[in-house]
Ligand binder design. Structure first.
Ligand code: 13P
Ligand code: SF4
Length: 387
């Protein structure tokens, strides 16, 4: 099966206990694993072996490890211990662009590796497994997106970072969950109408919050789309003092119950800062590693998903993030495998909308440091360069 085109009727569930993907229509996990092969858990001595080996290889190759909060805890720890970065997609992009290493190893999903490639054409970008994609990226093919855009020529094109370089190259702006709301608010403030892709939940959240005129592509994340509002209400009744932290890729029924909605970094910050002992977390549970480290003693509960059924088991783990393992990182550094390559013209076209986002984020950060208040910072919006 071609990893780029999974059959649309099948839904896949990643079982974290057995490390297999199973289709809800009963197709075998062997078929599914053709497009998401998850490394098996390693015994402790092998983990130690790989950790030491990777540390030595990072030095030998003048390389740095950049990891997302959803990947294997060992990789997050290694990135931190070796002077790399663990972050959300915006921070990963920024860190990779600014770091002086000749090689960046991206432990995350493909769009994160491509963003690093786009921002650092002179560096070598490696990934533990190039098959680690994203359902949002898969659900927004560049040619279909071109046709969608052509139907709305009067709209400013804002594209979520979870897309291919070929989609980004068609955008006026690329955004991540940490800056999407502010960027759309700024575009709305100057009267622009938005064409948004691909995540419909994040798009409708931004639409509600900003009042912007937005036409939405109807994509979704196969992990966050599974969180259930009704079951969440039940869990909140059991834990009435718990705070709900939700990633905005979750459905409206979940986001509307959340105390904090934001990027992975924002949710970790909330878990650390809020004065509560219990948190219900609606995002990939790989994030709990960082939350537990930063907020020891607090209790984190997984927001309910569809749960178990006869044919499948849904869980809040991204199957593609789970493809990143210690052995893959070691192999990439040792053999140069998993190198991200992009057509230079395509990379250049995709760079401009990403650079706009990074400029906006830098301005926003400077202003937060200066005033500490973004909510009423209408001047920030006037700093948005024309697309
Ligand atoms: P963040 O940018 O918030 O880390 O989100 C990336 C992602 O893929 C969430 O599913
Ligand atoms: Fe994509 Fe969802 Fe995985 Fe994030 S969690 S990388 S949006 S499939």
């Amino acid at each position: 099966m071609n990893p780029a085109s999974p059959p649309t009727k099948q839904r896949r569930w990643f079982d974290y206990d057995t490390h297999t993907l199973t289709s809800s229509d009963g197709a075998s996990s062997a078929t599914s694993s053709a497009w998401a092969t998850v490394p098996p858990p390693l015994p402790p001595d092998m983990r130690d072996h790989y950790r030491e080996r990777i540390k030595a290889l990072l030095q030998r190759e003048n390389a740095v490890l950049v990891a997302h909060y959803y990947v294997d805890a060992d990789l997050q720890d290694l990135a931190r211990e070796t002077g790399g970065c663990v972050g959300d997609s915006l921070e990963m992009a920024r860190f990779g662009r600014d770091h002086e290493a000749a090689t960046i190893v991206v432990a995350g999903v493909r769009f994160m590796g491509e963003t690093a490639r786009i921002l650092s054409p002179e560096k070598r970008i490696l990934m533990p497994d190039l098959g680690a994609t994203c359902s949002l990226d898969l659900g927004c093919p560049a040619e279909d997106f071109r046709a969608f855009r052509a139907q709305h020529p009067d709209r400013t094109v804002v594209v979520y970072a979870n897309t291919s370089a070929a989609v980004k190259a068609q955008a006026d702006w690329v955004v991540t969950s940490s800056v999407g709301l502010d960027i759309v608010a700024s575009l709305h403030a100057r009267g622009e109408k938005i064409l948004w892709a691909p995540d419909r939940h994040l798009g409708s959240y931004i639409q509600r919050e900003t009042g912007a005129d937005m036409v939405l592509w109807q994509g979704s994340c196969l992990v966050h789309n599974e969180f259930k509002g009704f079951e969440l209400e039940g869990l909140r009744q059991e834990y009435p003092h718990a705070k709900v932290l939700a990633h905005p890729e979750s459905p409206d029924s979940v986001v509307s119950q959340a105390d904090v909605v934001g990027s992975t970094t924002r949710l970790i910050q909330a878990a650390t800062e809020l004065d509560a002992t219990h948190f219900i977390v609606a995002t990939d549970l790989g994030i709990l590693h960082e939350m537990r480290m930063r907020a020891p003693g607090k209790t984190f509960l997984a927001a309910p998903t569809a749960g178990n059924s006869a044919a499948c088991k849904s869980c809040a783990f991204c199957p593609w993030m789970a493809m990143n393992g210690l052995a893959g990182v070691a192999a990439a550094l040792e053999q140069g495998s998993g190198e991200i390559t992009l057509d230079p013209a395509l990379a250049q076209a995709a760079r401009l909308p990403i650079a706009r986002m990074l400029d906006f984020a830098a301005t926003r950060q400077a202003r937060v440091q200066a005033s500490g208040d973004l909510e009423h910072d209408t001047e920030l919006y006037s700093h948005v360069g024309a697309a």
